[in-house]
Each structure stands twice: as C-alpha cells, then as structure tokens.
Design a protein around this ligand. Sequence first.
Ligand code: SAM
Length: 203
Amino acid sequence: MPVDNKFSQLNRKAYNQMASRYFGERGQLRSDVYVRRFEGVLPRQAMVLDVGCGAGVPVDDYLIKKGHLVTGIDISETQIQLARKNCPRGAYFVRDLLSLKDREFQVDGIICVYTLFHLPKENHLDLLRLFSSFLSVGGKLLISMGVDDFEGEHELHGERVWSSHYDANRNRELVQMAGFELLMDKVDRTGNEEHLFVLASKM
Ligand SMILES: C[S@@+](CC[C@H](N)C(=O)[O-])C[C@H]1O[C@@H](n2cnc3c(N)ncnc32)[C@H](O)[C@@H]1O
C-alpha cells in the first residue's frame, strides 16, 4: 500500500496536541448505539482490534467491561498514553495504519470509528482488505465512513487535520468489495457530524 506520511504526520501532531480536548468532547459523538450492536454479534471473550483507538474511552472501556480482550492501535503517542491510563486491561501500541501488514493480527472483531477518514481515500479499499485479512470467516467489522466525497485540510479542536473520504454509496461498495456482507449500514447525524456506520461480517 502506498504510504503518504505527509498526512499521517500532520494528523499525528494534531492529535498529540489536542488529545485532551478531543477526549473532553468525545461524548458529543453518538457511537454508543453502533458499538452495542457490534458487541452483540461478537463471541464471548472476543479478541477485538480497535483501529485508531484514541483514548480508549468510551469504546474500549465498554468492550473490556463486557469481557472482551482489546488491542488498540493509534498513530498518536498521546492518545496511546491516555488509552493505557484509561483502560489498563487493554493492550495499546503506537502504529500508523499505513504500516500494517496483511494478517498481522488475528482477531474476532475490528472496530474503526471516526478514523478511516484520516487516511487517503485511495487507500480505503486496501485498508478494508487488510482488516479482512485480520479476521476469519464470520469475523465482524464496525467501521464509520464518510457520507460525501471530500478531501482536504480542516480545523478540529483547534488543530489542522487532513481528511479524505468517498460518499456513502461508494463506501458501502468498498466494504462489499473487500469481502464483507453488510449487516447494518446507517447514516448517523447526531452531534455536529455525519458518518456512515457499517456493521459487516467477513464472507
Ligand atoms: C477522531 S479520533 C477517533 C478516536 C477513537 N476511535 C474514538 O472513537 O474516539 C481519530 C483517531 O485516529 C488516529 N489516527 C489518525 N491517523 C492515523 C493513522 N494514519 N494511523 C493510526 N491512527 C491514526 C488519531 O490519532 C485519532 O486518535
């Protein structure tokens, strides 16, 4: 997969700067209903990979309390420090998604919320295929994606970040092209943002 470190490094610096501000306002994003749907289709004591885990709250904290074994990866060192503090029973590693290798993880479920849009959209299909390689048939994916076509720099919690995404129809297609069956897809308009939430099962 081509690696565009320019965007990764801009976002890494931004999240290192704004991690505590983002954490303070994370409650405005209403991912909880989708995370509960994801949790409901996981086996007991599932191994879950949280891709772009941020500070680990609320997602990993919830999954760990439900008895699952969570590994989180994120490009921001500050986010990983927060996640280790917030979720001492999780395992956390600083990683750029663009550096992940096929089958590097083997898990029962992958959750990737509010993160894919920070990667170049030309890489989204390859990233979805990579996630598929981490799952066995029947493994579950919860991912949030864009609802419109966009690419560019913008402000987030006082920092400049870079985002890139396709529209909702293209995003549904990408998930299917990567070998997943859609179990649920919903455009979420709660809070100030719009996201397509997709729950999918590896075929
Ligand atoms: C909006 S936050 C979402 C965090 C968390 N998933 C949540 O639900 O609160 C986006 C996260 O993606 C991470 N991120 C951005 N680009 C990344 C990359 N190339 N590789 C890994 N993580 C990345 C950021 O550091 C940040 O923690």
